[in-house]
Design a protein. Structure first.
Length: 65
C-alpha cells in the first residue's frame, strides 16, 4: 500500500490508543464515543481494502499480454 496512507493510518491508531489510555473519552456522550471508535474501524477496513486492491492490481499487471 502507499506508504503515506499506511503511515497516516498508523499515526491515527497511535493517537486513538493514547486517547484511550488517558481515559479522555470517559466524559463524552455515548454516541460520540461510538462514532469515534467506529471511525477507527472504518479506517482499518479501508486499509485492508486498499491492500486488496493493490494485490489485485499487481496480479493483473503481471499477466502477459
Amino acid at each position: 500500500m502507499a506508504d503515506p496512507v499506511d503511515a497516516a493510518l498508523d499515526r491515527y491508531a497511535a493517537e486513538v490508543a493514547a486517547v484511550r489510555s488517558e481515559g479522555l473519552t470517559r466524559g463524552l456522550p455515548g454516541d460520540v464515543v461510538e462514532h469515534f471508535f467506529a471511525l477507527g474501524f472504518v479506517l482499518e477496513q479501508m486499509r485492508q481494502n486498499l491492500r486488496d486492491l493493490e494485490r489485485s492490481v499487481t496480479e493483473w499487471s503481471d499477466v502477459p499480454s
